[in-house]
Design a protein around this ligand. Structure first.
Ligand code: ZN
Length: 301
């Protein structure tokens, strides 16, 4: 098995994980989780989202979260932004990187963002320009790449077409997301291979939800296809408020455990990460899907 030597894990739990928990998580608790994550050796954290508070009330404290977190050297603090106004707010708040989310399908984009895909691509272009002017990078999170709750199965041709248009608009890194947890490992391999064949220089990342238990299998599939960037959520918390039935992201500590045990370096301290999962479980006050939180890391007896 040929695998990348190292992998970049972005923990998205403070954003993708907590946004579905309503407005019930106090700002101080979010800050506690982010600070704990920053001390695990992780290099990228999706901190929050600068969307309008009316649309996602749980992220209304985005500026405050950025103001209060402790900045750990070597950690990139990323913010999701829906438009130029959000980008301006995120840059003023001190975000290191911006992330723009848009969809592969018209159905999901219209319901989720109230725009056509073409309009969203123009929004990305404008945000990328604002980011560049501030010396930052903007990446794309491309939703429902492997299946859409409204438009059904998504063909490879649609994925390649949207990717073409995003690259033309300046995208250098795209996270291909299985927003509703319907991808399978074979589909992941075929998708990654097609994208890589067409754009060898594109930084490809993968973002899986574990809705149907295939999250970690899909990570492995991506890894074998040469991908070394993955989003994950500590304790496996999260869902998408716009994707009915979707559950949490693939769990960060379970993913890191798999990678490290196969010799793929993440730079992350697994025990510290399990402590973070404990914090996340405390915050959401319900059971979480993490396996390592239950079983612990395996120590050779
Ligand atoms: Zn997601």
């Amino acid at each position: 098995m040929i695998l990348p030597k190292s992998a970049l894990i972005t923990d998205v739990s403070p954003r993708d994980g907590l946004q579905s928990e309503g407005a019930s998580i106090p700002t101080d608790d979010k800050v506690r989780l982010i600070n704990a994550l920053a001390h695990t050796g992780i290099r990228r954290i999706e901190v929050t989202s600068f969307v309008h508070p009316k649309i996602v009330p749980s992220m209304a404290d985005a500026d405050e979260v950025f103001r209060r977190i402790e900045r750990v050297a070597g950690v990139s603090y990323q913010a999701l932004v829906p438009n130029v106004r959000g980008a301006d707010r995120a840059i003023a708040a001190g975000a290191d990187e911006l992330n723009v989310v848009l969809s592969t399908t018209e159905g999901f984009n219209l319901r989720n963002l109230n725009m056509t895909v073409a309009e969203s691509i123009e929004t990305f272009r404008a945000v990328a320009e604002v980011a560049r002017a501030a010396g930052l990078r903007a990446e794309v999170g491309l939703s429902v790449v492997f299946g859409c709750p409204y438009d059904g199965p998504v063909g490879l041709r649609e994925v390649l077409d949207v990717t073409d248009r995003l690259i033309e608009a300046g995208a250098e890194e795209i996270l291909f997301a299985d927003t509703i947890g319907v991808a399978n490992p074979r589909q992941v391999t075929e998708t990654v291979e097609s994208i890589r064949a067409r754009w060898p220089k594109l930084n490809i990342g993968l973002h899986f939800h574990d809705t149907r238990g295939l999250g970690i299998a899909n990570v492995l599939s991506g890894l074998e296809a040469g991908v070394n960037r993955f989003d994950a959520s500590v304790a496996g918390i999260g869902a998408c408020p716009f994707a009915p039935g979707a559950t949490g992201n693939v769990c960060t500590e379970d993913t890191v455990h798999m990678l490290e045990s196969m010799g793929v370096n993440t730079g992350i301290d697994l025990e510290a990460l399990i402590d973070c999962a404990r914090v996340a479980r405390e915050l959401v006050r319900h059971e979480v899907p993490s396996r390592l939180l239950r079983a612990g890391a395996w120590r050779v007896p």
